[in-house]
Write a protein that binds this ligand. Structure first.
Ligand SMILES: C[S@@+](CC[C@H](N)C(=O)[O-])C[C@H]1O[C@@H](n2cnc3c(N)ncnc32)[C@H](O)[C@@H]1O
Length: 442
């Protein structure tokens, strides 16, 4: 962190503007990161922005305790600035006096010097008030909290608490390039501490670090992928591997940025499955990102730009396997993307569900009889998961749900009527859902 006070307040000013873009314009944090947003460049900035989002409602509560009247909407930057200061005082090691001074200084850059007294007063009160951080059980809007209560009566508390934990970084080793053992040796040599996971190729780092600093990154020896996502890919692949069918024609219908696509490419090469994979994706921009990733990994994949809910892209040859990693609310990834809880609106769920059903229904006709469709989301909302599959199988007479055989060492799986949820327990996995549907020959 820079020592200069002006620089420090500039960093905070830029982070304040990033938070404003998220809350006012609804721009998600990943797209800010991908555009190298200046408010998210330095580690301290990321810590503050992610922290404010992760503890938004707790911080807002703290603020309102010290206010006689609410801050006006047009001054949301001032409100966010105070939340940033409260976060620093309560959660970070910055000495309170420094956090207060730096934060108050930002009022100049906002062109709102009138707010200096207010910011100063609230932060001083915060610094002297008792903090009870250990009591924070959840930090969610009421509608999401209620939904989790209804969908997961036995696990909602654990899920909500898990959404407050910073996720662990998981590496997926490309075992066609380097064995897991040799890669672990490289990590040890580089003094990077890690632990094993349920899968040979997946390694959990004790501390996150920039991916480009990892050994073998530029040689394509590894990818970064959440352990839950790796688990999904493994569940699907174990079906393909068990069948050992010749001439597997696999469609990855919503493929960018290619996490599962490249995982399946690597697994089928490693297990010597004769598999041709087609990647379909609607977004040109995301195809570009995916192809750049593919280049680093040395994977050549057939990519088509197209809409999975239409036929325009299809060459009329049926697929034996289809993966639909559907566009969804991403509600299962709130601890990794805490902006979701503030940007996502309940009223957007029906249109998401319609999109998911349209994609499923259209692709079903492209699956050969006896073929397998694997549907997945990174959401924990029933509308996008079991309820959607229920609607789908009631409509398609030749659809048959297959039961998952989840490896015993995957401890966060919860079987449902139509599939399986992966629950975001502790640090290791985001929340996911998957369902396996076979097309009966009738
Ligand atoms: C959840 S992401 C897929 C993640 C990817 N499978 C992975 O593992 O990295 C969903 C993707 O579907 C794409 N998408 C959304 N609607 C689509 C459609 N109608 N047809 C094809 N792709 C679509 C989105 O642009 C997004 O890249």
């Amino acid at each position: 962190m820079a020592n200069n006070s002006g620089e420090n307040s500039s960093l905070r000013f830029l982070s304040n503007q990033s938070l404003k873009k998220i809350l006012v314009q609804g721009i998600n944090i990943n797209s800010l990161l991908s555009k190298n947003d200046l408010g998210l460049k330095e580690p301290i900035q990321k810590e503050i922005v992610f922290g404010v989002l992760r503890y938004f409602f707790f911080l807002e509560n703290n603020l309102s305790r010290h206010l006689k009247q609410a801050i006006k909407n047009k001054d949301i930057d001032v409100k966010l600035l105070i939340l940033m200061g409260i976060y620093e005082i309560k959660f970070m090691k910055t000495p309170a006096y420094a956090a207060i001074n730096e934060t108050v200084e930002v009022c100049h850059q906002l062109g709102k010097t009138w707010a200096k007294g207010l910011v100063n007063a609230v932060l001083r009160k915060t610094a002297t008030a008792e903090s009870k951080l250990e009591n924070i059980e959840e930090d969610l809007p009421v509608w999401i909290s209620k939904k989790l209560d209804v969908n997961f009566p036995d696990h909602c508390h654990m899920i909500k608490k898990a959404f407050l934990i910073k996720p662990q970084m998981t590496l997926r080793i490309n075992q066609n390039k380097i064995s897991s053992k040799d890669y672990k040796d490289k990590l040890e040599k580089a003094a990077i501490s890690f632990r094993a996971s349920p899968f040979d190729e997946a390694i959990l780092l004790d501390e996150p670090r920039p991916s480009s600093d990892l050994p073998g990154w530029h040689d394509g020896e590894l990818s970064i992928q959440d352990l839950g996502a790796i688990t999904l890919g493994r569940l699907f692949f174990s079906q393909i591997n068990n069948e050992r069918q010749k001439d597997v024609r696999l469609l990855d219908a919503c493929s960018a940025p290619g996490g599962k696509l490249f995982q399946l490419t690597e697994l089928s090469a490693f297990h010597r499955i004769d598999c041709s994979i087609t990647a379909l994706e609607i977004s040109k921009k995301r195809i570009k990102t995916m192809c750049d990733l593919g280049k680093r990994l040395d994977h050549k994949v057939h990519v088509i730009q197209g809409d999975a809910s239409t036929d325009a892209w299809w060459d009329k040859k049926p697929f034996t396997h289809i993966l639909v990693d559907a566009p969804c609310s991403s509600s299962g990834t709130i601890r990794r993307n805490p902006d979701i809880k503030l940007i996502l609106k309940e009223k957007s769920l029906p249109s998401l569900q319609k999109k998911q059903l349209d994609i499923l229904t259209n692709l079903w006709k492209k699956l050969s009889p006896g073929g397998l469709l694997f549907y997945s989301t990174c959401s924990l909302f029933n509308e996008e998961n079991d309820l959607l599959i229920h609607k789908f199988v009631n409509k398609e007479r030749d659809a048959e749900i297959l039961k998952f055989r989840v490896p015993a060492n995957v401890t966060n799986a919860l079987l449902t009527e139509y599939g399986c949820n992966l629950l975001p327990f502790d640090k290791i996995s985001d929340g996911f859902y998957c369902s396996l549907i076979s097309r009966k020959t009738i």
